[in-house]
Structures are given as structure tokens and as C-alpha cells.
Design a protein around this ligand. Structure first.
Ligand code: ASP
Length: 338
């Protein structure tokens, strides 16, 4: 009898576990992404990367791995691709180098890790996870963050590993404009406002246990100077996760996302105002941010495993995978089927 009841309990626990929906949602940056700017080959290459990231992350969830594994696996694929402004393919700083930011947060216990301004860590998302799992801190920056990731045995590369021709061309354009304007700081921020290209990457996943994890990785903004750090490694701005409300990864003009604490604001509206994630995201992205000129978007996941993608720019590289749908899109007019 005892054996039978323990068998039944295990069976019921498994059934409950199997019922929890798994899902993953990703982005590869939001911005002025229009059809006229992307060749068919480039578009296909970007969609291939997005699909690979989704499939890899989802396969991890299906295999019973936790949302942390899924998010890291998906982000690493995008970091290793030249098509995105994260890892290989990161934008250039004013000094013609690369400084990378990343963060990750776990919704089950609000643990988080982040690195800012790393120069030699091949996959910054791994360093962010290591900070969370193997240090008493939440954020490490600069040389110390690289030294920590090296000490943890993570792959280190020369800074030139992150070089790509396309990003250098973007640097040259901004440099020329800045020189024309006499390199005044007002001019730099003016150029940044209008010329910066997005391409940050992020992922949010929910696993069979119902735990949500969100992660973000970026090269920041073209021509950034003086150790400028954006929202991506800032918990509450570019990344947030709380199993009770939602997980969010943002992309856009980081200064606005920091000042409006975008990722946390969206989750707070869900938690305290009982709003749906879609409504909360719409309010913050399309009302609050839009009204002040904060360009960008977010991806998010609610505790029921429903992905949300919201942006106030012309496009956002994005996609999600659930048990019954895989969706990948770039432009603003590509709607999710009802
Ligand atoms: N949010 C990033 C930053 O400000 C840039 C981006 O999303 O493209 O660093």
C-alpha cells in the first residue's frame, strides 16, 4: 500500500511537471531595421542564427535542463555570430576597441550576475553567469571582470577577435561626423542619438519547473567613450526576472532604459497592478519610453510561458518557440498569427 501510494505520488508529480509549459523568446536588437537596408542573404543569415538560437535553447528545456542553461546556450550562439552586436561583431568604441557588457538573472530566487566593459572574455554571458554562481557580487567591471572570468577558466581572446568590417564601417561614419562637428561632447551624443545601430542580444526562457531566467549581452553603442556602460548589464534596466511576474531582456538606447528602469518597471506593473505582461510592456515601451524619445524594445516571458515581444522602433530581430509555434521576424509589420 505504502509502495503504491509513493508510486502514485511520484506519478502525479511527474504529470504536474510535464504540464508546465516550456518556452523561449529571443531578440537580436531593435532599431531602424528596414527592408531597404538588408540584402536577402543578410536577412536569411540573421534568421538562420535566430532559429538556431531558439532551437538550441528550446532543446535544452525539452531535455529537462533549467532555464539558465537554455538562455546561456541561446545567447552564446548569437554572441558567436558576426550578425549581432554582442561577442564577435560587437561595435567599436571611440578608441577603436571593443568593450562588452552582459547580465543574467534567475527568477526563482532573484540571483543575478553581470559584467561590464570586458575586453577579452569571448562569451560575456558566461562571465555574467559565473559572477552569479561563483562570486558574492552582482556586477564586476573592466579589468577585474576579465581577470575573474580568466580565473574561472572561461575562454579569453585578443580584443581584435571581436573585429568585423561592417562594424568598422559604422565606426568610420560616426567618426567622420564627429570630426566635422569638432569632437565636442554635445556633438558626440548627437551623433550617438541618430547613428547608433542596435544589435544587442537577449533571451528569456521558462523551464519545466516554472522558473524564468533572462539574459542580455551587448557591445554597447558605436563610438562610446570613457567606459560608457549601457543598460544591458544593469539589473532592473536591461535585464530582470522574477518568477512571480515576468522575465525581461531589453534592447535600445540604454541611457533611457536605465533612467526608466524599464525591465523592472514592466515586471512591477505585472506584480503590483495585476496587468498582463503584454499590457505592461506596451505601456512602458509604447507610452512611457516613446513619449521621451527612448528607442528600443523588449522580449519577455510570463509565468504561464507566454512570450511577448514589444518595440517602438521600425524593427527588432526577434523570435520565440513554444510547444506549438516557432516564430522568427525582423520588421515591424510581421505580425504573430492569432
Ligand atoms: N541597449 C544597448 C546599450 O545601450 C544597445 C542596444 O540594445 O543595441 O548599450
Amino acid at each position: 500500500m505504502k509502495l503504491l501510494s509513493s508510486f502514485l505520488m511520484t506519478f502525479m508529480a511527474c504529470a504536474v511537471m510535464a504540464d508546465k509549459p516550456i518556452a523561449i523568446v529571443i531578440h537580436g536588437g531593435a532599431g531602424t531595421i528596414e527592408r531597404s537596408q538588408l540584402s536577402a542573404e543578410k536577412e536569411a543569415a540573421i534568421k538562420k542564427d535566430l532559429n538556431q538560437a531558439l532551437n538550441t535553447g528550446y532543446a535544452a528545456l525539452e531535455a529537462g535542463q533549467d532555464a539558465m542553461e537554455a538562455v546561456v546556450a541561446a545567447i552564446m550562439i548569437l554572441e558567436n555570430s558576426e550578425n549581432f552586436n554582442a561577442g564577435k561583431g560587437a561595435v567599436y568604441t571611440r578608441e577603436k576597441g571593443h568593450e562588452l557588457d552582459a547580465s543574467i538573472m534567475r527568477g526563482s530566487d532573484l540571483q543575478a550576475g553581470a559584467v561590464a566593459g570586458v575586453k577579452y572574455t569571448k562569451n560575456p554571458i558566461l562571465a555574467a553567469r559565473a559572477v552569479m554562481l561563483h562570486s558574492p557580487h552582482v556586477m564586476l567591471a573592466g579589468a577585474g571582470a576579465d581577470a575573474f572570468s580568466k580565473a574561472r577558466g572561461l575562454d579569453q581572446v585578443e580584443n581584435s577577435y571581436f573585429d568585423t568590417e561592417a562594424r568598422f564601417e559604422a565606426w568610420k561614419k560616426v567618426d567622420e561626423k564627429t570630426r566635422q562637428k569638432g569632437r565636442k561632447e554635445a556633438a558626440v551624443s548627437d551623433v550617438l542619438d541618430h547613428e547608433f545601430k542596435f544589435g544587442t542580444v537577449g533571451a528569456v526562457a521558462i523551464d519545466r519547473q516554472g522558473h524564468i531566467v533572462a539574459g542580455t549581452s551587448t557591445g554597447g553603442m558605436t563610438y562610446k567613450a570613457w567606459g560608457r556602460i549601457g543598460d544591458s548589464p544593469v539589473i532592473g534596466a536591461g535585464t530582470y526576472a522574477d518568477d512571480r511576474s515576468c522575465g525581461i531582456s531589453a534592447t535600445g538606447h540604454g541611457e533611457y532604459f536605465i533612467r526608466y528602469a524599464v525591465a523592472h518597471d514592466i515586471c512591477a506593473r505585472v506584480l503590483y497592478q495585476g496587468k498582463s505582461l503584454a499590457q505592461a510592456a506596451d505601456e512602458v515601451i509604447n507610452q512611457t519610453l516613446k513619449s521621451v524619445g527612448g528607442d528600443g524594445g523588449i522580449i519577455g516571458m510570463d509565468p504561464q510561458g507566454r512570450p511577448v515581444m514589444m518595440f517602438n522602433t521600425a524593427g527588432m530581430y526577434r523570435g520565440f518557440k513554444t510547444s506549438d509555434e516557432t516564430y522568427v521576424a525582423i520588421y515591424g509589420d510581421e505580425k504573430v498569427a492569432d
